[in-house]
Write a protein of this length. Structure first.
Length: 117
C-alpha cells in the first residue's frame, strides 16, 4: 500500500537570499514536504518505528534551513537530498520552500520553489 505523508507550512526564520540585505536581515519561510512510500507495516502495527518520524523530518529541515543559501532552489534541493538519504524508504518526494516577504515590488503571499523526485 502506498501512503502519502505531508508536513505543510513548517515555519522558519532564515537567511536565504541573493542580496546582502536578505542574507543579513533574514526572512520568514514556509517549508512543505510531501513524500510517499510503502508504509503498510506502520498502518498495521501502529508503531512509529515502521514509518518516517515527523519530528525527525522537522529537525532535518530545520538544520538545512539554518544553512544560508542565495537561492531557495538550492535550499529545497538540499532538504530533498537530506530526507532521501536519511529515509531510504521514501519512494517519491516533493519539497516546497516559500519566501514569505520576497524583495519585489507589488504584493504577493510568497514566492516559492518546488523540487520533486
Amino acid at each position: 500500500m502506498k501512503v502519502n505523508i505531508e508536513l505543510k507550512n513548517m515555519r522558519f526564520f532564515a537567511h536565504h537570499g541573493v542580496s546582502e540585505q536578505e542574507a543579513t536581515v533574514g526572512n520568514d519561510f514556509l517549508v512543505s514536504v510531501r513524500f510517499s512510500g510503502n508504509f503498510t507495516k506502520a498502518c498495521e502495527s501502529d508503531n512509529v518505528e515502521d514509518t518516517v518520524s515527523y519530528a525527525e523530518v522537522c529537525d532535518l529541515v530545520r538544520t538545512e534551513m539554518a544553512r544560508p543559501s542565495k537561492l531557495i532552489e538550492h535550499v529545497a534541493y538540499r532538504i530533498l537530498r537530506t530526507l532521501k538519504d536519511c529515509f531510504p524508504q521514501i519512494e517519491g518526494i516533493e519539497v516546497q520552500v516559500a519566501k514569505v516577504h520576497p524583495p519585489v515590488s507589488g504584493q504577493m503571499d510568497y514566492a516559492a520553489v518546488t523540487v520533486t523526485e
